[in-house]
Design a binder for this molecule. Structure first.
Ligand code: ADP
Ligand code: MG
Length: 299
């Protein structure tokens, strides 16, 4: 809606895991490089954790873009399922035809056969599980059995698990020790620093601008500071605040995003942010802050 006013071709702060907008902060870059290393060198198992909105799904989509054509990839986002359903989802992602009635043993053997065939053809087989925090020890155990396959030199299946930090608690289950020992690489995504967030905002604006054009909008340092305070540097919240700030600036007919514009944007969106913002320790909770009304009562 405001794109033309700021000389942009696209909305710059949409909350979708679009790899076109993938910005390499040091830690996103490192996580992506590690995932790519595990896949290309067939090291077996990688784990990425991060709070909601820290960039896990965006990372997985960017990886798929990079390795997509050379690999066979099963991407599973729906993890609120039983172990049996999980294997079924993986088989469906690989487009394996399953018999109408298919018990777990049959499914496992069909999956193994597929994996061995692909390996013989020189293709890398990758299973990516997003939202891994919803998996129980049972489902991890099933995945372990599936990824047990190895040749003399490398693992036949590359298993990449992404999820919220509580995923680590499930992995501490003693039964999963054999799986945990095989983690070739682990990374935790922290929120962005102020400097990274500033570069992230500039990068997304340039990515969204018209070919050969420049975005016609400025952010003051104070404006950026308020964005950082309110978002805690979490990409998803940075997007939300910036999107609203551009809208407020557009309505106010200004191309300068200063602290006042950001403050107004945040004020307008607080109801939507309630759930998300409670995660962020930097934001003062509303409870306990009293307000005096004109007639002396306190709210
Ligand atoms: N490295 C990044 N580069 C560009 N945008 C990002 C990056 N990380 C996160 N985002 C943005 O933040 C939003 C939330 O990220 P997402 O990957 O969905 O987080 P998570 O899966 O950890 O909850 C995404 O829709 C995307 O727009
Ligand atoms: Mg996600």
């Amino acid at each position: 809606m405001y794109e033309g006013y700021f000389n942009l071709a696209l909305a710059p702060f949409q909350n979708t895991p679009n790899s076109r907008f993938f910005f390499e902060t040091d830690q996103h870059k490192e996580a992506l490089a590690k995932l790519e290393y595990v896949v290309r060198n067939r090291r077996g198992f990688a784990l990425i954790t991060g709070e909601i909105g820290s960039g896990k799904t965006t990372l997985s989509r960017t990886l798929i873009k990079r390795i997509g054509s050379e690999a066979r990839i099963a991407l599973v986002n729906n993890t609120r399922v039983s172990a049996h359903q999980l294997l079924k989802l993986v088989a469906q992602e690989f487009q394996i035809t399953l018999p109408a009635v298919c018990d777990k043993a049959t499914m496992l053997s069909l999956l193994r056969r597929y994996i061995e065939q692909q390996h013989a053809l020189g293709r890398t087989v990758v299973i990516i599980i997003d939202e891994g925090q919803c998996l129980s020890a049972d489902e991890f155990e099933e995945l372990r059995l599936l990824t047990n396959l190895e040749s003399e030199t490398d693992k036949l299946v590359q298993l990449l698990i992404l999820g919220q930090p509580e995923l680590r608690d499930t992995l501490r289950h003693p039964r999963l020790a054999p799986l945990v020992q095989r983690i070739a690489m682990y990374c935790h995504l922290n929120p962005m620093s102020f400097e990274d967030m500033t570069r992230y905002i500039a990068f997304r604006l340039v990515r969204a601008s018209k070919p050969g054009g420049r975005p016609n909008v400025d952010f003051s340092r104070e404006g950026l500071q308020v964005i950082f305070e309110r978002s805690g540097g979490v990409p998803r919240l940075v997007n939300l605040v910036c999107d609203n700030a551009l809208l407020v600036a557009y309505s106010a007919n200004t191309r300068l995003i200063d602290s006042q514009i950001v403050g107004r944007a945040v004020g307008q969106m607080m109801p939507n942010l309630e759930g998300a913002i409670t995660d962020i320790s930097m934001v003062e909770p509303a409870v306990g802050r009293e307000q005096e009304l004109d007639d002396g009562r306190r709210l």
